[in-house]
Ligand binder design. Structure first.
Ligand SMILES: O=C(O)CCC(=O)C(=O)O
Ligand SMILES: [Fe+2]
Length: 336
C-alpha cells in the first residue's frame, strides 16, 4: 500500500462493537443473549470476552498457537510447500493465491489449515493434516474443542433468541457426526515482501460463525451504517466473532454478515502479522437460498466462494458471491 494510502487508512475511525461475555452466555443470562442478538442483527461483528474461567484456557492456548505458527511459517517456502494438500480444508497455502486488497494485487497471507472432521474422526495421524498437528496433537485438539464450544454456545443462544422450532435449531445444521467444512486456519501476513501482494481482500465469510484471534492491527469492517471502513481494535482477553454467509442464509437473512478485509499498517514493513480463525461451517448437505434467491448446498457455496476468492477483481465484481449479497443489502439500507 502506498504511503498516501497508509495515511488515509490511519485517519479511519475505530469501530464500536458490542462485547459479549462468554461466561454469561454459558449461564444462559437473558440480557446477554439479547445483546448477542442485537450484535448479530446489526453489525454482525462483535467481541467475545474469554477472561472468565470457562474461556481462559483458550486464551492460554492462543499464546502457544502463535509460537507453533512462527516455528512453522519461519521455515523456507519449499519446506512449507510440502504441506500443501491442494485443499481449502487442510494444509499450507502460500501468499498470492487469492485476490489482494488493492485493485489488481494478490493476497499477502499464507495459511496452515486443519480440518475439524479429519482431526476429530481420524486424529493427528491423518495424512491430510499438517505435520505441526502431529508435533503438537494436544494443543490442536484442545484449541479446536474449545473454539468449537464457544461457537456452538453462540449458536445455541441464537436459536433461543430466534425462537427456532426444535427441528430447525441451528445446532441441527451443525451436528458433530455430519460432514462439514469446519476448519481451523492459522494465518501469517509476511512482512512486506512484494508490492504485488497486499493484505486480504474485502469479503464476507463463507460459513456460520468465525472466531478470530489477533493481537495486531490490520482488520477493518465496512460499517453497515456509514458504508465507511473502520478499524477493528485488537483487545486483550477478547476475540472477535463474526456472522458468515451460511448463518445469514440459515436465519432467513435476519442475521447480518459483515464485509471485512485486512490492510497493511505502519508495522507491516517490519512485523509479520499473525491471526487465528476458527471457521464453524454448517453440514455440507444442508440447503439454503443464496443472495440471488437460488437453492444451493452449503458445500457448493463454500466451493464457489473459494473459486471467487481466486478470481481477478474484475471478475469478482460481476456477481454477489464475494460479498454474500451484503453490498446489495447495504445499498438497500437493510442490515437485518
Ligand atoms: O486475519 C484476519 O484478521 C482476518 C482474516 C479473515 O477475515 C479470513 O480469513 O476470513
Ligand atoms: Fe474473513
Amino acid at each position: 500500500m502506498s504511503q498516501s494510502n497508509l495515511q488515509e487508512q490511519s485517519s479511519l475511525k475505530v469501530a464500536h462493537l458490542e462485547t459479549i461475555d462468554f461466561a454469561k452466555l454459558l449461564a444462559h443470562e437473558e440480557a446477554e443473549v439479547s445483546k448477542l442478538m442485537t450484535a448479530c442483527t446489526t453489525a454482525g461483528f462483535f467481541y467475545v470476552d474469554l477472561q472468565g474461567q470457562s474461556g481462559r484456557g483458550l486464551l492460554e492456548d492462543e499464546d502457544s498457537m502463535y509460537k507453533t505458527m512462527s516455528e512453522f511459517f519461519d521455515q523456507p517456502l519449499d519446506v512449507k510447500m510440502k504441506e500443501d494438500r491442494g485443499s481449502h480444508k487442510h494444509g499450507y497455502k502460500p501468499p498470492g493465491v487469492f485476490a489482494g486488497v488493492e485493485t489488481n494485487s494478490r493476497d499477502n497471507y499464507e495459511t496452515l489449515k486443519v480440518g475439524w472432521g479429519q482431526l476429530r474422526r481420524i486424529g493427528a495421524k491423518s495424512p491430510l493434516l499438517p505435520s505441526s498437528v502431529k508435533q503438537h496433537p494436544r494443543l490442536f485438539d484442545d484449541f479446536i474443542s474449545k473454539a468449537h464450544l464457544v461457537t456452538m454456545t453462540i449458536m445455541h443462544s441464537l436459536s433461543n433468541a430466534l425462537h427456532a422450532d426444535p427441528a430447525n435449531r441451528l445446532e441441527q445444521h451443525h451436528r458433530d457426526d455430519a460432514d462439514s467444512n469446519t476448519t481451523l486456519v492459522l494465518l501469517r501476513y509476511p512482512k512486506d515482501i512484494s508490492s504485488s501482494c497486499v493484505g486480504h481482500n474485502q469479503h464476507t465469510d463463507i460459513g456460520s460463525l468465525t472466531l478470530l484471534f489477533s493481537k495486531q492491527w490490520g482488520l477493518q469492517i465496512l460499517s453497515p451504517e456509514t458504508q465507511k471502513w473502520e478499524w477493528v481494535a485488537p483487545r486483550p482477553g477478547q476475540a472477535i466473532i463474526n456472522v458468515g454467509d451460511s448463518l445469514r442464509f440459515l436465519s432467513g437473512k435476519k442475521l447480518a454478515s459483515c464485509v471485512h478485509r485486512v490492510v497493511p499498517t505502519s508495522e507491516t514493513p517490519t512485523e509479520h502479522r499473525y491471526s487465528i480463525a476458527y471457521f464453524l461451517r454448517p453440514e455440507n448437505g444442508i440447503q439454503y437460498e443464496d443472495p440471488e434467491g437460488h437453492a444451493i448446498s452449503a458445500k457448493q457455496w463454500h466451493d464457489n466462494k473459494y473459486k471467487t476468492f481466486a478470481d481477478s477483481h474484475e471478475k469478482q465484481a460481476t456477481n454477489s458471491i464475494l460479498l454474500g449479497g451484503m453490498d446489495n443489502a447495504a445499498k438497500a439500507g437493510i442490515t437485518v
